[in-house]
Design a protein around this ligand. Structure first.
Ligand code: RB5
Length: 148
């Protein structure tokens, strides 16, 4: 069984979240869904907080956040210590977000992506390891003043 993943979306990302959840479940991941649970309007910072607090506290090693563009979710998530939320648009950004940034939250925009691109981003992000070496120095800088 693969690791657990925590996932959330606003109304703009609801349909894509359901599709991503189905893929994760099929892959054997245990998925914790914090909502939203319909396409009724909600506020993306509320959802981002629920996922980001758990990743920040290391209760989950990975999270996924989806809104219309992915921008609001990534803005909100990156305010939490130790969260490295990366807004990915394609295979390359998904790969480099893991290799260079050790991304622990994947943000996607449902209004930007089709399901095949979203699936490719998801699988790439799940299966790419952090490259370490010089990139760890840069990540360590993010955990110190003036960033925190
Ligand atoms: C919601 O209308 C929309 O603003 C949200 O889904 C997202 O795109 C924000 O960044």
């Amino acid at each position: 069984m693969a690791d657990g993943i925590i996932i959330g979306s606003d109304h703009g990302g609801f349909d894509l979240k359901e599709q991503i959840k189905a893929i994760l479940t099929e892959l054997g991941y245990s998925v914790t869904d914090v909502g939203c649970f319909s396409s009724a309007s909600v506020h993306y910072p509320d959802i981002a907080r629920q996922v980001s607090e758990k990743v920040s506290a290391a209760e989950f090693s990975r999270g996924i956040l989806i809104c219309g563009t992915g921008i609001g979710m990534s803005l909100a998530a990156n305010r939490f210590p130790k969260v490295r939320a990366t807004l990915c648009h394609d295979h390359l950004t998904a790969r480099l977000s893991r290799e260079h940034n050790n991304s622990n939250i994947l943000a996607m925009g449902a209004r930007v992506l089709g399901i095949e691109t979203a699936r490719d981003i998801l699988l790439t992000w799940l299966n790419t390891d952090f490259a370490d070496d010089r990139h760890q120095t840069r990540i360590d800088m993010l955990d110190k003043p003036p960033f925190v």
